[in-house]
Design a binder for this molecule. Structure first.
Ligand SMILES: [Zn+2]
Length: 278
């Protein structure tokens, strides 16, 4: 499966590859109407606009740092996953998007290992049956994804932070891939770099995920960037990911200016396939 990931409606409908991924809700708070037939991507707790409108919604680190775009290591605002009203409204938006087609969730979970120590989370953890804060966080995120899956008729994909080292995802975000297996239809891992002057890190990380997810029966899609790269380099990188990391699909982050590169990349890969099956 090959496709583009874009926020451009025209490009999403341009039939580049098998199925487009379309940004419906972005981390800056932009919201668009979902596209029929696309995998519609919804930013979950990444929502700079929500934090700007209501600063009390921000996730808070153990040292008091708030998850805003200005904080070190944060590139956008992140809402606390315990904020019930935001969570409920988010699930309603996911349900609405899911009534149109498949849904991909991005920015699922906490924005770092030291989050969240806001009053909401401190109270919720104290009142929970968990002794261990990391286990409580993981339960909160698993429960959210299960609730989202209940509301989406089509496939539900979850984007994973690109760190396959055992335990790191759980520690960083609260995502436990094995716990999500009953609820999701795919994982997507973004491995984006401009031009791919080097590719060893893409292969290493993809291979790491293939090993880490080996026992989990959930298809893996790798997201690459089509910016400033030529089609043969992108096609060769895709071949490597398919053969060495067993990727089930590759989706290319594409601006309208890069559409021809992606079209040519997919053409080259299709030639490979027809040669193999001839
Ligand atoms: Zn919190």
């Amino acid at each position: 499966m090959y496709g583009v990931l874009t926020d451009d409606r025209e490009l999403a409908y341009a039939d580049v590859g098998d199925q487009p991924h379309f940004f419906v809700e972005a981390v800056d708070g932009t919201r668009r109407e979902p596209l029929e037939g696309a995998v519609n991507a919804v930013a979950c707790w990444g929502d700079t606009e929500a934090i700007r409108a209501d600063p009390a919604l921000a996730a808070v680190a153990a040292d008091g740092t708030r998850a805003t775009p200005a904080a070190r290591g944060q590139h956008w605002g992140t809402v606390c996953p315990s904020a019930d009203d935001y969570r409920e409204a988010l699930l309603e938006r996911i349900e609405r998007v899911g009534s149109v087609g498949d849904v991909r969730l991005t920015t699922v979970g906490f924005p770092g290992a030291s989050f969240c120590h806001c009053e909401r989370c401190t109270r919720a953890f104290a009142e929970s049956s968990f002794d261990d804060r990391e286990t409580w966080r993981t339960d909160l995120i698993t429960d959210f994804v299960a609730s989202a899956a209940d509301r989406v008729a089509g496939d539900l994909l979850v984007t994973l932070y690109p760190d396959p080292y055992p335990g790191h995802l759980r520690e960083r975000t609260g995502i436990e891939p094995a716990a999500l297996e009953p609820h999701v239809d795919g994982f997507v891992v973004p491995l984006c770099g401009v031009g791919y002057g080097t590719t060893y890190w893409v292969e290493s990380l993809a291979h790491g995920f293939a090993s880490e997810l080996e026992a989990i029966a959930v298809p893996l899609t790798i997201q690459l960037s089509a910016a400033d790269v030529d089609a043969e380099r992108l096609a060769e990188l895709t071949r490597q990911l398919e053969s060495k990391a067993d990727a089930d699909g590759v989706v290319y982050g594409t601006h309208p200016d890069d559409a021809d590169t992606v079209r040519e990349t997919i053409r080259r890969l299709s030639v490979d396939e027809s040669t193999l099956t001839a």
